[in-house]
Design a protein around this ligand. Structure first.
Ligand code: XCC
Ligand code: SF4
Length: 676
């Protein structure tokens, strides 16, 4: 009998990141199971993947996969309907809607937590926290009609920061449970035309929670069974995320922890240090990590670590918590979503601290194979198994943070050989908040996006792309992010990144000013060199996609590029998406007027009709639309084609031809022998 074929896969096929490949090899050698082992054993359910399985009542699950086109002479089979008669359109739309609900709920609930902390800080009840960015606080106060002064005439005086913050906190918290009216940011911040469009379509969100609840209700068995109508509420819910919860959390996090400014940092597993206590901060909410950062620097804590034989304490971020810490404090990033198990497999992580979202349950098993303590910190997110739970409480945050750091330090002597940290990391420059870009482009007084517009109009910058979102173990890790981003850069499209995409770019060296010459077309390279910025701008975590919305709005308001976001030569993408949050984000970009292309798979392909509505029908209604393209370079080309379409509509397509001609002429002149 032939020897059993080894089922082990080749790690090099799973990631383009060498540190990741090295650690998968280590996992294989040690017999530690990772997500790729499970992915090899379990194929995705083909019917579920297309959104064509309904399991919202117990008469099902009902499966309604698309039918093959009949051969000539054969009778065309009809697509099945569910037991209740629900059509594929209804079933697929309901499933899509519930993904929007899940994503929007994650962002809006995160936001609620930040808003509650903000209120406690305003009342002086959260020791250790303070209001750091007064300018942004005042901006928010203006948005929410909270007066900055009191009294009249000679008696007029400024109100204290605390009083302003207290009133603001109440007004913001009301928005979560608000039943009628309009969310403040959605009704005030987008271009006027967009606001009117949303009002006319009846998709202006009323509150943060109500839209999600209503959409859950409408997708319950036997309620809304008309797919256009279901999608309409999806739009309202997604807007309540992007221009509601997500934007509120970004802004309040900036107020509390500081608005990001350019800062350098390092990224990839090589940031871990063998002789230090390593703590990985993994998850999404920066509230507790801010305190862990403070605690880890306290002299007593450092001394405590040294007493245990370590040189010090090394914090490193993972997933969006990494983005938050890197953007504000330059704390190094250990990796993105698919590297979470691998960090533990280095054998050098003394504690992994998690809060909410994107934490794999398998971490508990992996941690058990090593000495790593897996510490959950959020009452909403416990993990089964040998994990430790130290719940966050904003009234005692610093003590809790110290306790967590001490747990890690106590665990340092328990390390078991062999420790292997890949010697791979890359420097990055990050911290490109919407405000920072404005400042860099025009200085604090003249600051304006007009300089960017000017470069777009003149053709040096062809357009703007947001490349965001997750990793997905069904796609080689980071590969689609990188192929897409490089194709865009080559074609003079400046790229804005967040989330796990930002980390992929960082690991490849794209978040450095030097990347401009290496990867960009001549026009974009020139602009980046003049301003001194990387061609790929890291704008933060996934809730910070709201910064991209603000940047797009600023471009519209700066003038010369039309009157709505849908007029901009811009496009969005999530080539390796996997989470429900990505669907909510994608849909709020589409709802804001952006052409948005996803990779991997799309959860509505079970209904050709509904998918066609998302991919084509929506353009007329919202100015933005969805797309799916598995090949990331082709996807980039589609984005560029969309950008060119918008340039033509704006009448600025000729300018770009001129610029290219100029470059060509210059090159010819140089080739002609005029040596300098
Ligand atoms: Fe999660 Fe935010 Fe996706 Fe990364 S990008 S896998 S959602 S960590 Ni947000
Ligand atoms: Fe089937 Fe209808 Fe129940 Fe869905 S709601 S599981 S389609 S019977």
């Amino acid at each position: 009998m032939a020897e059993k074929e080894s089922k082990t896969f080749d790690p090099a096929t799973k990631s383009v990141d060498l540190a990741t490949v090295e650690m998968i090899k280590k996992a294989q050698a040690a017999g530690v199971e990772t997500i790729w082992d499970r992915a090899d054993k379990m194929k995705p359910c083909p019917i579920g993947a297309e959104g064509a399985c309904c399991r919202i009542c117990s008469q099902g699950p009902c499966r309604v996969p698309p039918v093959k086109k009949a051969k000539e002479g054969e009778e065309q089979k009809k697509q099945a309907v569910g037991l209740c008669g629900a059509t594929a359109e209804t079933i697929v739309a309901r499933n899509f809607a519930r993904m929007v609900c899940g994503g929007a709920a994650a962002h809006n609930d995160h936001s609620r937590g930040v808003a509650k902390l903000f209120k406690e800080v305003a009342h002086g009840k959260a020791p250790g926290y303070k209001i750091k960015d007064i300018r942004k606080l005042k901006q928010l106060a203006r948005d929410y009609d909270v007066p900055l002064t009191e009294g009249e005439g000679d008696d007029k005086k400024s109100r204290s920061t605390e009083v302003i913050a207290q009133e603001l906190a109440d007004k913001i918290l009301v928005e979560f449970g608000q039943q009628d009216g309009e969310l403040v940011f959605a009704a005030k911040r987008p271009p006027k035309k967009r606001i009117e469009l949303w009002r006319n379509l009846g998709v202006m969100p009323r509150g943060c929670d109500i839209e999600i609840v209503e959409l859950m209700h409408r997708t319950h068995m036997g309620v809304d069974q008309e797919y256009h109508n279901i999608l309409k509420q999806c739009t309202r819910t997604a807007i309540s995320d992007g221009w509601g919860g997500s934007m509120i959390s970004t802004d309040l996090q900036d107020v509390l922890f500081g608005c990001p400014v350019p800062v350098s940092g390092e990224i990839n597993l090589g940031v871990l240090k063998e002789d230090h206590v390593n703590i990985i901060i993994h998850g999404h909410e920066p509230v507790l990590p801010e305190m862990i950062y403070v605690a880890s620097q306290e002299p007593e804590i450092v001394q405590y670590a040294q007493n245990k034989g370590a040189k010090g304490v090394q914090l490193a971020g993972m997933c969006c918590s990494a983005n938050e810490l890197l953007m504000r404090h330059g704390i190094p990033t250990a990796g993105n979503y698919l590297q979470q198990e691998l960090a533990i497999i280095t054998g050098a992580v003394d504690a992994m601290v998690v809060d909410v979202q994107c934490e794999m349950q398998s971490l508990a098993n992996v941690a058990k194979c090593y000495h790593t303590k897996l510490i959950t910190t959020d009452p909403r997110a416990r993990i089964e198994g040998e994990t430790m739970h130290i719940p966050m409480d904003e009234h005692h945050a610093i003590e809790i943070a110290r306790q967590i750091v001490r747990e890690a330090i106590d665990n340092f002597p328990n390390r078991r050989a062999p420790v292997l940290i890949p010697d791979i990391k890359y420097p990055t420059v990050v911290g490109f908040s919407y405000e920072t870009i404005q400042y860099l482009l025009g200085g604090s007084i003249r600051g304006s996006y007009y300089t960017l517009n000017d470069n777009i109009i003149g053709g040096r910058v062809r357009g703007v792309a947001g490349v965001v979102g997750c990793n997905n173990c069904r796609t080689p890790h980071d590969s689609a992010h990188l192929a897409m981003t490089k194709e865009l850069l080559k074609n003079d499209v400046i790229v804005l990144v967040t989330g796990c995409s930002a980390m992929a770019a960082g690991k490849e060296g794209l978040l450095t000013p030097e990347a401009a010459v290496k990867y960009c077309g001549p026009g974009l390279a020139e602009v980046c060199e003049t301003v001194g910025i990387p061609p790929v701008l890291h704008m933060g975590s996934c809730v910070d996609n709201s910064r991209i919305l603000m940047a797009a709005t600023a471009c519209v308001k700066a003038g010369g590029l039309g009157s709505d976001i849908s007029d901009l030569p811009a496009a969005g993408a999530a080539p390796e998406w996997m989470s429900e949050k990505a669907i909510s984000i994608g849909h709020y970009f589409v709802s804001s007027g952006v052409y948005t292309v996803f990779g991997g798979s799309f959860p509505t392909t079970g209904s050709a009709l509904f998918t066609d509505y998302l991919f084509r029908g929506l353009e007329e209604e919202l100015g933005g639309m969805w797309d799916l393209e598995l090949d990331p370079v082709l996807a980039a080309k589609k984005m560029i084609a969309h950008i060119d379409k918008k340039r033509a509509a704006l009448g600025i397509d000729k300018a770009r031809e001129r610029v290219l001609f100029d470059m060509e002429m210059r090159r010819e002149m140089q080739a002609g022998g005029s040596e300098e």
